[in-house]
Design a protein around this ligand. Structure first.
Ligand code: AHR
Length: 675
């Protein structure tokens, strides 16, 4: 029985409940949502092996040789064309941040086309659109008298047939010898390549350049991006996020915020400004991060999706390589270095143009200050016993400067029994990578939350959760098994059973809006060709994007959230296998009843709405097999479908009873028209 009449029993739903968690893992950023098409564009480091063709259904996995240490500088991803020699050069840096250039020596006897190709992030998609190109070039000697300036032919080509899809030429460039010259160009492409085994090619004519040496640095090739942002996001992936109707984006980590050493932590001030001034860093997930997707790009991502940033700030603790205990900043540096850095970061985000860092942001192209409502202090700090002090320093210092921000602490871990006492108005970030049974058992986890943590008025960001492994004999999460090793211990792709279990847990959150204020699946993205963690909500390669059942569960719940929760009473027994929650939409026209059948048998359902309804429709996510998943060969095994022919009898009745057999293994949102 769903009560619309008893308004005193309602609660406001959490306005930011469903959102996104993002960090650069699994090439989710470089080689993922960051739309740059070139791998190793400034020779900083790469795990993309040359010539590797994208695997469609297979698991082609590339790890750097030392799994925790991305190597660089390297020429990986680049290939010579014609009679030339490519090498790394350290004597002609483009900038302090990009110390390595690519040298090309063209012998005197060279003929024909000479140059090089880049193979992209395991290939590149070529479809009709304009591609934006830029690169820097320098010559080692002035052009000889009577020789002609250089034409740089820039093209997109098939790596298998050599066919040229589109080309443009930067003509008659008198390449300087002192400072680099930047070439900007547009490739207008009208063709659709049959596959993603394509390359970006720059060539010169040997008649013009034989005997010369050039240095090249900082290449870039962008397709059209989400909402047309310069240096922006890959359209199809961003669109998939946007379609979920998320309310926030937590970034930039995750572990990747913390660094595998204090020196290599994510430093916001090294991720801003012109790309040639961003050094990048060895990320936490075994590959080099360019930081092309930097602080401003994250904020613009939020702006373009109309969502709130949940900015995670570095909290003075870095993970260590080879399983050591991690490194904490000494207390005396917490204020002088770490708090100061965080305050500067916030000034960059929110300061107006009269402030030092606000002015810098304006120079970087965004004079309007952003608004930050949520700050997370650190990530998973239960790994460190220094957090209580670090939290006090950062929370105290930031709260003083920005009293209206909601601060999120990261130490809660029910398995580790490590909590600190938080002040009212703050939040915990809880993480759950679990078995399906865990989520079913803990449907009521947040019902008694305040009591269990001994805190009052402390909310929850359910910041990372997903079904990690399914029905392993021990039922214990096997952290020793990371992709690609030992796939049995954790699932490769989210399955229908994952979506069901995650959905049940999400319903537990929806029922407790005064506690669970925000939630996000993690990790969100995986490049099929280079990854460190499975399962992930969305899997992609250079040309495909696959949305998992877990994605669709999030999509379904985020779309139909409602303005207020409604009381539901049930005379037929407790939850399980059926789980439910109800809410009413703004304007009272529509009541949503979310129902999950986690069992293997159909369950008859009767819904009474005390003020009646005049029509009902719904959307269902279900599958024949609970282990079904979507994959590259068949992306639509599990997708939401409209329910048709619902309630032929009850339609149009007032005070009517809705009867429906809930299919096994299903997630449904019923929409009752109550207007
Ligand atoms: O989501 C992958 C990792 O899981 C995150 O980086 C970390 O916060 C958690 O341990």
């Amino acid at each position: 029985d769903v009560s619309l009449r008893n308004v005193t029993m309602r609660n406001a739903t959490a306005p930011y409940l469903y959102g996104l968690m993002f960090e650069d893992i699994n090439h989710s950023g470089d080689g993922g949502i960051y739309a740059e098409l070139l791998t190793n564009r400034a020779f900083q480091g790469s795990d993309v092996k040359l010539g590797q063709t994208p695997g469609l259904d297979g698991d082609v996995i590339v790890q750097s040789e030392n799994p925790r240490l991305p190597t660089g500088p390297v020429l990986t991803g680049w290939q010579a064309i014609g009679n030339v020699r490519l090498s790394l050069d350290k004597l002609h840096p483009l900038s302090d941040s990009l110390p390595t250039a690519m040298q090309i020596d063209i012998p005197k006897n060279a003929t024909g086309e000479v140059g090089f190709a880049n193979h992209g992030w395991w290939g590149m998609d070529v479809s009709p659109q304009n591609f934006t190109v830029s690169f820097y070039v320098l010559a080692n000697a002035p052009r000889k008298k009577n020789s002609s300036p250089t034409d740089f032919n820039i093209s997109l080509r098939s790596n298998t047939t050599g066919e040229i899809w589109a080309t443009t030429t930067a003509k008659r460039i008198d390449v300087p010898t002192v400072d680099y010259y930047q070439i900007n160009a547009t490739i207008v492409n009208t063709k659709t390549a049959p596959n993603t085994n394509n390359t970006f090619v720059i060539t010169m004519n040997a008649t013009q350049v034989a005997g010369q040496t050039f240095y090249f640095s900082m290449f870039s090739l962008f397709p059209e991006t989400f909402k047309g942002r310069k240096n922006g996001l890959r359209k199809e992936i961003a669109q998939a996020f946007y379609d979920m109707k998320p309310k926030f984006l937590r970034f930039p980590g995750g572990n990747n915020l913390e660094g595998i050493s204090t020196q290599t932590r994510w430093k916001w001030f090294k991720t801003i400004g012109p790309l040639k001034d961003r050094p990048g860093r060895p990320g936490d997930w075994n590959y080099y991060n360019t930081d092309g997707l930097g602080l401003l790009e994250y904020l613009q991502w939020c702006e373009d999706m109309e969502i709130e940033p949940v900015l995670a700030i570095y909290a003075g603790f870095s993970l260590d390589v080879f399983g050591q205990e991690g490194t904490s900043y000494p207390s005396d540096q917490m204020r002088t270095t770490i708090l100061k850095e965080a305050l500067d970061e916030l000034e960059y985000c929110m300061g107006n143009a009269s402030t030092t860092y606000g002015a810098l942001r304006a120079i970087h192209g965004h004079p309007e200050p952003f608004s930050i409502k949520f700050i997370e202090i650190g990530n998973e700090d239960w790994f460190s016993d220094t957090y209580p002090e670090r939290w006090e320093i950062l929370y105290g210092g930031l709260k003083k400067a920005y009293p209206n921000i909601t601060y999120i602490s990261t130490t809660f871990n029910e398995h580790k029994n490590y909590t600190i006492k938080l002040p009212p108005g703050t939040m915990w970030d809880t993480h759950h990578y679990e078995e399906p049974q865990y989520f079913l058992r803990n449907f009521n986890f947040y019902d008694n939350w305040q009591n269990s943590t001994n805190n009052t008025d402390v909310g929850v960001l359910l910041g990372e959760y997903s079904v990690y492994q399914v029905n392993t004999p021990s039922g214990i999460i096997n952290w020793g098994s990371q992709a690609p090793v030992d796939k049995d211990a954790h699932v490769t792709y989210p399955r229908m059973i994952s979506a069901i279990a995650e959905g049940v847990y999400a319903l537990g959150g929806e029922r407790n809006p005064s506690v669970v204020k925000m939630s996000s699946y993690a990790p969100s993205l995986q490049n099929l060709n280079g990854y460190q963690w499975t399962p992930n909500m969305i899997v992609f390669d250079a040309g495909n994007v696959v949305l998992s059942p877990s994605y669709w569960q999030q999509w379904l719940f985020a779309r139909y959230r409602g303005k207020q929760t409604l009381p539901v009473t049930n005379s037929k027994g407790d939850f399980n296998p059926l789980f439910w929650a109800a809410s009413v939409e703004e304007g009272e026209q529509v009541v949503y009843v979310k129902v999950i059948n986690a069992g293997a048998a159909t369950v008859p359902l009767t819904v009474n709405i005390d003020s009646g309804y005049s029509g009902v429709n719904g959307t269902i996510l279900t599958s024949n097999d609970i282990d079904d998943f979507n994959f590259f060969g068949n992306k639509t095994v599990v997708v939401p479908k409209p329910l048709v022919g619902l309630d032929a009898d009850g339609l149009g009745t007032v005070n009517g009873t809705f009867k429906w057999d809930v299919p096994r293994w299903s997630i449904t949102v019923l929409q009752f028209n109550t207007g």
